[in-house]
Design a protein around this ligand. Structure first.
Ligand code: SF4
Length: 387
């Protein structure tokens, strides 16, 4: 079977401390806990090997993987020898295409120029830097451990280490943030000319300290019209600056879209490795246990650490593919999806699509269904129709 441009995700669930808005699986790293990191990397390498055996046993090892993404958490907390071990084990067990995109997420203040040089030598060719803001007041409010100065420094070091493909993650709609403040952050970011920019609106997730503060009336997010003004200004400013708006929250200079993230938006297959990592392969989605001890114990016993698994039927897979694909500005091609899943989109969702087109949230052109400008602002509502 030819598997279309699959990818690999590796999760590193450690951070120096937990940011109060974050609901990702990440654990605060105890100072000097090198043993904990070592045990985790040992388990991860064991998982790589077991998953390779499994892919071969079910005869679904692809000819080549197109991307490898090491995310977290804060992967840049790992020492260079840890990164080298992870890369070596992945590359020896899974065939990576020549020129595959290999990304590491890095948080400013957690890596040295020498480490970046080592990663580059090891074959990493893309850095995703968690900048979030260029205003120290807002960085402190977000509980981030770095300053704006360290963002500039990280970008400079990335260049000096030989990274061309650099992405910056930014957040907007922060507590107390004005349009002018966001404009300052984005202007500074564009001044550094990263190849890729992710601009995510802050959302308050359940069970986070931010959620508790909001319930107590102590977290004042900008009003909705201010956030909409930020999003609209972002689109205008970045497209005027030469960036292509290719996904709801993502912009890239031509040729620098995130190949790995496209796998998720196109609902293609990927293998997730590490505690709490999710995978999607041959119509099955599974998630690893989030507990570090259980993750390490299971792998030491030679057992894959899956904690959850579900198989999606063809309709479920098609609905998810539309839902995810609508995040892309190009939308989804209905004829291509019908050929891929052997089902009729119109028979399944005619009423929903027609209704969303009549309310001006979706548009159809040359067989492609995509969000309108208004639909972009109400994407969650549109996507829910296909669940
Ligand atoms: S650094 Fe990122 S992953 Fe870690 S706690 Fe903060 S937001 Fe979450």
């Amino acid at each position: 079977m030819r598997i279309d441009r699959p990818g690999i995700y590796v999760h590193i669930p450690f951070c120096l401390r937990k940011c109060p808005y974050c609901d990702f699986v990440s654990y605060p790293l105890e100072p000097g806990d090198a043993g904990g990191l070592q045990a985790y990397v040992d388990a991860l390498v064991q998982e790589v090997s077991l998953r390779k055996d499994w892919l071969e046993a079910v005869e679904l090892m692809p000819e080549a993987f197109f991307s490898l993404y090491i995310g977290g958490g804060t992967p840049s907390l790992l020492e260079a020898n840890h990164i080298a071990r992870i890369l070596e084990s992945v590359i020896s067990c899974f065939p990576l295409k020549t020129g595959a995109e290999i990304t590491i997420e890095v948080n400013p203040g957690t890596s040295s120029l020498e480490e970046l040089r080592t990663w580059r030598r090891l074959g990493v060719n893309r850095l995703s830097i968690g900048a979030q803001s260029f205003d120290d007041t807002f960085l402190a409010r977000l509980g981030r451990i770095h300053t704006a100065r360290e963002v500039y420094q990280m970008v400079e070091w990335a260049r000096r280490a030989g990274f061309i493909n650099v992405s910056l993650d930014l957040m907007l709609g922060l507590p107390g943030q004005s349009l002018e403040n966001w404009q300052m952050t984005l202007t500074e970011a564009v001044g550094l000319r990263p190849r890729h920019l992710s601009c995510y609106e802050l959302t308050v997730e359940e069970s986070t300290p931010y959620c508790a503060l909001q319930a107590q009336g102590r977290l004042q997010l900008p009003p909705e019209d201010e956030v909409i003004a930020m999003l609209q200004w972002t689109h205008q400013y970045l497209t005027d600056s030469g960036y292509q708006h290719y996904e709801i929250s993502n912009y890239a200079l031509p040729g620098y879209e995130s190949r790995h993230n496209r796998i998720y938006w196109e609902n293609r297959w990927y293998i997730g490795l590490g505690a709490a990592a999710f995978s999607y392969w041959d119509g099955r989605r599974w998630g690893n246990t989030a507990g570090l001890e259980e993750y390490i114990r299971k792998l030491a016993a030679g057992i894959l650490p899956e904690a959850y698994s579900e198989r999606l039927d063809q309709k479920g897979q098609l609905g998810e593919t539309i839902m995810l694909g609508l995040r892309l500005r190009e939308g989804v091609s209905i004829p291509e999806l019908e050929a891929r899943f052997g089902l009729s989109v119109w028979e399944l969702w005619e009423e929903e699509i027609t209704g969303l087109m009549e309310t001006g949230l979706l548009e159809l052109s040359q067989g492609r269904l995509r969000l309108t400008e208004r639909g972009l602002l109400l994407a969650n509502q549109v996507q829910a129709a296909f669940l």
